[in-house]
Design a protein around this ligand. Structure first.
Ligand code: C5P
Length: 222
C-alpha cells in the first residue's frame, strides 16, 4: 500500500547548519546535522511530492529523485531558497541558519601573532531571516512550516514565531531535554498551527515526527 497524498506537490526543504567564514580557515556555525530535515524530505518524497532540498554542510543520504542545492553561508541559503520559493507549494525550513556572521577579516588568514593582548574583538552582522522572508512573500496557496530550537517555553515561542514569520505550522523542539534536538535520532516537539491547534508530542524518532507533521500539513492543504 502506498500513500501518495502529496503527489503533485512541490516541496522545498532547507536543512543543516550554515557556515559563516571569518577568514579562509575559520567559521562560525552550530551543531545541526540535518537529520530532521532529511526525514521530512524523505517522508514528503515517499508520499509523492517533488522535493527540492537546500542544504548546508551535512552528511545525509536522500533518494536521487530529490533535487539539491548545496550552500555554505546563510546569505547563499537565502538566495537559493528565495529563488526556489515562487515555484513551491510548501516550504519546510528546518535549517539552523546562523543569525549572525562575523565581519570577515579578509582574504588572508588572521594571524595570532598580530595580537598584542590576550583577547580580541570580532564584530558580527545580522543575517537575513529566510523563513520570515518566505512567510512575508507567500501567496494564498503556499504553506510554510517553521522550526525553532528552544530551551524553555516552547509553546510561547512557537506562538510568537508562527505569527512573526507568517507560518502555517511552527514546530518548537526542545534542545534542553534528553533525546531531543541537535544530532539526536529522536526529537521532542511542540507543534502549533495558525488555527491555534497545539500539540505536545513525546520523544519520538525523527522519521515519525516527520511523518506526523506531513499528516498535519496534508490536512491543512485540503
Ligand atoms: O527565530 P529563530 O531563529 O528561532 O527561527 C527559527 C526558524 O527560522 C527556522 O525554521 C529557521 O530555518 C528559520 N530561520 C531562517 N533564517 C534565519 C534564522 C532562522 O530562515 N536567519
Amino acid at each position: 500500500l502506498t500513500v501518495q497524498d502529496m503527489a503533485g506537490t512541490q516541496v522545498l526543504v532547507s536543512l543543516g547548519p550554515t557556515r559563516e567564514f571569518f577568514d579562509p580557515a575559520r567559521y562560525w556555525s552550530n551543531p545541526s546535522t540535518g537529520i530532521m530535515g532529511g526525514a521530512l524530505a524523505m517522508a514528503a518524497w515517499m508520499r509523492g511530492a517533488q522535493v527540492s532540498v537546500v542544504h548546508g554542510p551535512v552528511d545525509i543520504w536522500l533518494p536521487p529523485a530529490v533535487s539539491y542545492t548545496a550552500v555554505n553561508t546563510a546569505r547563499e541559503m537565502f538566495t537559493a531558497c528565495t529563488d526556489l520559493w515562487p515555484a513551491q507549494d510548501v516550504g519546510i525550513m528546518t535549517a539552523a541558519v546562523s543569525d549572525f556572521s562575523p565581519v570577515p577579516h579578509g582574504p588572508e588568514k588572521f594571524k595570532k601573532r598580530s595580537l598584542n593582548s590576550g583577547e580580541f574583538t570580532v564584530p558580527f552582522a545580522v543575517n537575513p531571516d529566510i523563513l520570515r522572508t518566505l512567510g512575508h512573500t507567500k501567496t494564498t496557496g503556499q504553506k510554510l512550516i517553521g522550526f525553532c530550537a528552544e530551551t524553555r517555553d516552547l509553546a510561547g515561542y512557537a506562538a510568537f514565531k508562527l505569527k512573526e514569520k507568517r507560518c502555517d505550522l511552527m514546530v518548537a523542539n526542545s534542545i534542553a531535554s534528553p533525546g531531543s534536538g541537535f544530532g539526536s535520532p529522536t526529537n521532542a516537539v511542540t507543534v502549533l498551527d495558525a488555527h491555534n491547534r497545539l500539540e505536545e508530542w513525546p520523544v519520538l524518532p525523527k522519521a515519525e515526527v516527520a511523518w506526523r507533521l506531513l499528516e498535519w500539513l496534508v490536512h491543512i492543504l485540503r
